[in-house]
Design a protein around this ligand. Structure first.
Ligand code: SF4
Ligand code: SF4
Length: 259
């Protein structure tokens, strides 16, 4: 399906299947999904990750991937309530897109190459209902734009050719990757509670923004990882900086040593 392809679908509490799709489902969370959900729950990112997610290593890329953790007994999503999704305004990308899926041909990560497809599951009665709408209308209506905007640098980072080199996948680098984009409150402490800002020339306005705004901090994290993992010139080192810590643990040790 292209952006203008029409399809018929309507969900709602009047359906017999209401909420049944919010159980026993593998929901992959992007860094921006985690940001939105931890905001919805008013939780620190580390506590959110611990309580509501499962982290695994991707079989292909070997990078950590994060899933929403279903309740162990009921297999339900922890956010489903009798009246529907309790985090609706902040629900993840995959929940917004359903029943649509999106894909791009391998190695061609660009919006122009995207195509969409309809997921038809026997439990879902939404396909027999409602008027026709286009894929584009669905994307607008589900407010997917900020998710897609934040997804672009994430896909770029995951597809970086330098991950292929054996030195790229050290535990230290994977820890830095995970902390910087998923565990944002910890990353903020890494930036502000260590000597990080002594090394880099960053506009004061950006420093203020990343101190207060999670979206700005996530964008900054993508720059930081491109710089620290792949030596891209996305950050500027100050003249005569002190020796730079190489790992999260080292930076935190420095910070406590500094009192
Ligand atoms: S199964 Fe389909 S129609 Fe039923 S609640 Fe889920 S999305 Fe809506
Ligand atoms: S986050 Fe909301 S929409 Fe998504 S599975 Fe959970 S309850 Fe359903």
């Amino acid at each position: 399906m292209g952006l203008d392809t029409p399809f018929q679908f309507q969900c709602g509490p009047e359906r017999e299947c209401f909420n049944r799709c919010c159980a026993d489902v593998a929901i992959l969370l992007s860094p921006y999904d985690v940001l939105r959900l931890k905001k919805a729950m008013r939780m620190d990112s580390s506590a959110f990750i611990e309580k509501y997610t499962l982290t695994m290593r991707s079989r292909d890329s070997k990078l950590p991937v994060v899933f929403l953790r279903m309740d162990e007994e009921s297999r339900k999503c922890p956010f489903v309530g009798e009246s529907g999704c309790t985090v609706y305004r902040h629900r993840p990308w995959a929940c917004r897109m359903y029943p649509l899926g999106m894909a791009e041909p391998a190695g061609q990560n660009a919006p122009a190459n995207r195509f969409y497809f309809l997921v038809k599951e026997s439990l879902c009665q939404g396909h027999q209902n409602g008027s026709e709408r286009s894929v584009r209308d669905w994307i607008d209506n589900q407010e997917l734009e900020p998710f897609d905007q934040m997804q672009a640098p994430f896909l770029e980072l995951m597809a970086h050719p330098q991950w292929q080199s054996p030195e790229a996948l050290t535990q230290e680098k994977l820890d830095m990757y995970f902390m910087s984009i998923y565990d944002l409150d910890r990353f903020r402490r890494f930036v502000f509670d260590t000597r990080f800002l002594e090394f880099f020339d960053i506009d004061e306005s950006r420093v203020q923004a990343i101190a207060q705004d999670d979206e700005e901090l996530l964008e900054f994290a993508f720059d930081w990882l491109a710089f620290s993992l792949f030596h891209e010139k996305r950050m500027k080192i100050k003249k005569n900086p002190p020796p730079m810590p190489r790992t999260v643990a080292e930076a935190q040790a420095n910070s406590s040593a500094c009192g």
